[in-house]
Ligand binder design. Structure first.
Ligand code: CA
Length: 507
């Protein structure tokens, strides 16, 4: 076993131990540094003597100040490092980076489902949406019944799903922040994988009236069923009415077929969850490379997770296409700073204990690794929480970093597929869109061989480079978008619940 320590930037005074199982004291790394302690995989070794108060540098950025002096070769643990202040949101460089003139990529296509509104789906799914939690049991019952009795008669329909959530009633629906959950739900109904077909099941007396979930231009009466308005007797009467509406929609969806679409029609989202110190070296750079390929092909990639870009925002504002986009990005950061403050909390609420075990010392280090998913393209637009995508290219869609909330909001923004990187491992999946899981470590890919789609850990051991694995991911995205291959989560039928972000009061 060759001892491997990875230094990212020439200015770094720490490196990451790459070997599975860590490295023993006495091992020499990078040709000159002898380890003074045992250092676990993913954790940091000091490459130089670092004085107390001196900056600890990774990714060429200060990730914190050393609390005590450490000589070269020491294990730099998160207890040795003090988190710096978050970058101030004033006086940042706005839209200052000159756009690199990279040639457009031509000729890449996928087989998608074209919708009347111009969006393109990667699946053909019937969604049964609830307007309120009260009717969830009924929607779930219908889905089970459709799957066992009807779906096989419609071979071109990929799936039927219940789009359920905890919003809808018992909420301060007039509160200013209620705009976020309401538009998230309205936009979820328009997700490209639902083919423009919505069936809304409501109760009748709820605050969020079900008609609001029917997209503008669609007939409200034809697309909504309210349980309190059904006059047939009992539960069976309700189910019969909904099944009738389901069947007309299945028949329409079944007539659709895939057609060849340019990558410029593709909208995907990227996020990370259960990150470790390798995420920023292997999996996230791979995603960044694929992101650049999609953007250069004219397509759209949404990156998100406000608390995981906040500490690296000074590296993003220069990349905005114009000052206005940069300012919108800062407004989203500031909104979230206030949101955390109102909850008597701050950015140190992230990372998780698992992130720390994986070698991530603090949110600064996590953010620097996280933003690499965005690649190097200019940022063409910024979306508020749950807003629908409007522009092509690389788009920042504000979401919490929480995996399920980010997934829900990116679906609302209109992604037809999501790429998810993980170092610690998660069985995460979405019912509405395929999720391609990329592992930051080979050990995880081996252990979870049937849960992970792509192993980026090969990069840490030098077996592969970012370009090779990045292009592999790009081609995998197109294959999955075309229905040629299935993701690990889809094969296993794994999907998380939707979780709608509601920063407004519950009554
Ligand atoms: Ca996340």
């Amino acid at each position: 076993m060759v001892p491997i320590a990875i230094k990212i930037d020439p200015a770094d005074n720490v490196a990451i131990i790459a070997n599975d199982g860590g490295l023993q004291a006495g091992t020499e790394v990078l040709g000159s540094v002898v380890l003074k302690d045992f250092i676990p995989q993913g954790h940091k070794v000091t490459l130089l003597d670092i004085e107390a108060g001196e900056g600890v540098v990774r990714y060429g950025e200060v990730i914190g100040q050393a609390i005590e002096s450490l000589s070269a070769g020491s294990w730099l643990h998160d207890r040795h490092i003090r988190i710096p202040e978050a970058p101030a949101l004033e006086d940042l460089p706005l839209a200052t980076r000159e756009a690199k003139n990279r040639p457009a990529l031509e000729g890449y296509t996928f087989e998608g489902y074209r919708n009347a509104d111009g969006s393109v789906g990667t699946r053909n799914v019937l969604g049964i949406m609830t307007s309120v939690q009260c009717v969830t049991g009924v929607a779930d019952h219908v889905v089970r019944k459709v799957k066992s009795e009807l779906l096989q008669k419609y071979p071109n329909v990929d799936d039927v799903i219940a789009i359920t959530h905890s919003y809808g009633c018992g909420v301060a629906i007039q509160a200013p922040n209620a705009a976020i959950p309401i538009r998230t739900l309205m936009n979820l109904a328009k997700n490209p994988n639902l083919g423009g077909e919505v069936l809304v099941v409501g109760l009748g007396c709820e605050k969020l009236q079900p008609g609001r979930l029917v997209p503008k231009g669609s007939d409200v009466e034809a697309n909504v069923v309210c349980l309190q308005d059904i006059h047939e007797d009992g539960f069976e009467g309700m189910i019969a009415r909904i099944m009738e509406m389901v069947e007309t929609r299945l028949a329409r969806l079944d007539k659709r077929s895939r057609e060849t679409c340019p990558v410029s029609d593709l909208v995907i989202g990227v996020q990370c969850g259960g990150s470790d110190a390798f995420s920023g070296i292997t999996a996230n750079p791979v995603v960044g490379f694929a992101t650049d390929m999609i953007v250069r092909s004219g397509g759209t990639v949404l990156f998100s997770e406000v608390t995981e870009v906040r500490d690296a925002v000074h590296l993003l504002t220069p990349r905005a296409v114009n000052v206005e986009v940069a300012k919108t990005l800062l407004e989203e950061m500031s909104w979230y700073d206030n949101y955390l403050e109102e909850g008597n909390s701050d950015r140190t609420a992230n990372p998780t204990p698992g992130n720390k075990l994986g070698g991530l010392s603090n949110i600064v280090e996590k953010a620097l690794g996280s933003i690499i998913k965005s690649g190097t393209s200019p940022i063409s637009d910024v979306l508020g929480h749950g807003e629908q995508v409007k522009k092509k290219g690389l788009v920042f869609a504000a979401t919490p970093a929480s995996d399920f909330v980010c997934g829900t909001q990116q679906l609302a923004s209109g992604i037809a597929l999501q790429v998810f990187t993980t170092g610690r491992g998660t069985p995460y999946g979405l019912a509405m869109a395929p999720v391609v899981k990329v592992s930051s470590r080979t050990a995880l890919s081996k252990r979870w061989f049937d849960l992970i789609d792509l192993d980026a850990g090969r990069i840490a051991t030098g077996e592969a480079d970012i370009e090779t694995v990045g292009e592999e991911l790009f081609r995998m995205i197109l294959d999955i978008a075309s229905g040629r291959i299935q993701t690990a989560a889809d094969k296993l039928g794994l999907a998380n619940d939707l979780v709608v972000f509601n920063p407004a009061p519950i009554t």
